[in-house]
Ligand binder design. Sequence first.
Ligand SMILES: [Zn+2]
Length: 316
Amino acid sequence: MAKKKTPVNVSDLAAGTFTGVDEAELLSERIARYGQAHARSNLMLDHLRDDPSDSSRKAAASLSTCGNYLHFREYFTVGKVRLHNATFCKQHLICPLCAIRRGAKALGAYLTRWQVIQAERPELRPYLLTLTVKNGDDLEERQKHLTRSLKRLMHHRRDFNAGTRGAPYSELCKALGAVYTLELTNKGKGWHPHCHMIVLAASQPSQAALSAEWHKITGDSMIVDCRPITGDPSEGFMEVFKYAVKFSDLTLEDNWQAAQILKGKRLLGSFGLFRGVQVPESLLDEALDDLPYWDRFYRFIQGEYQFTGESPKPRG
Ligand SMILES: [Zn+2]
């Protein structure tokens, strides 16, 4: 008998725990969630088809091939289901299905790193830091304002830590590592870009100090929130790795406009102990090697994913 690989490794566990969906018993919930996401992608597709511009046509062509079928593998001996194959458009700013998958992959990668850090540096705790800028009508201007302010805050930390002459102390110096994402909402009161950051620190950064520092930097915004991530870290981390645009808050028109402005911009960054984490390119799950499975196929028909067949595969 061939030597078996360990079927479930640490990174698989992290990804599974985080997405909370690779348990076989949660498959129907997962498929319903993907179905809702894909339905919204289809609305965007119709919206883009009404617009003759080049960029709309290209985005629509790619969207039209995304997520029409899903091929899962059920590893019935361990009760796990993995997404084995599908076609994705990878336009996470207009396609919620790709956004969900992208978030899950990033979450898995950073949770895995956190497990390693935690073992080496048990004194560190994760904190969720949210930095916002005032709402505004000009998305591009607001987005730039947030990005520049963030950069300045991180430069404060770097300069103080480097002992640069005259550099003032920054409360962010407490962070030995961080990963952050930029998120965009618009609840009808203007564009609201903000940043969610996971900060690793030995003591809690002061919200009041950060707020004062942030106000000095932005000139117009002091809303900052900083709280410890307690309990299951995957839940706190999830806040950071969810969508970059909040689809449910945006009209299709606003969503498309936002996507064009944010396209190609860096929406995820890190420093210190969280530097250099590689998020896999593929939006599929990793296979569980050497375990027997059933293939399960789903197609998007009449507004939902419907089961179209399965085939058993013996151990290879
Ligand atoms: Zn997609």
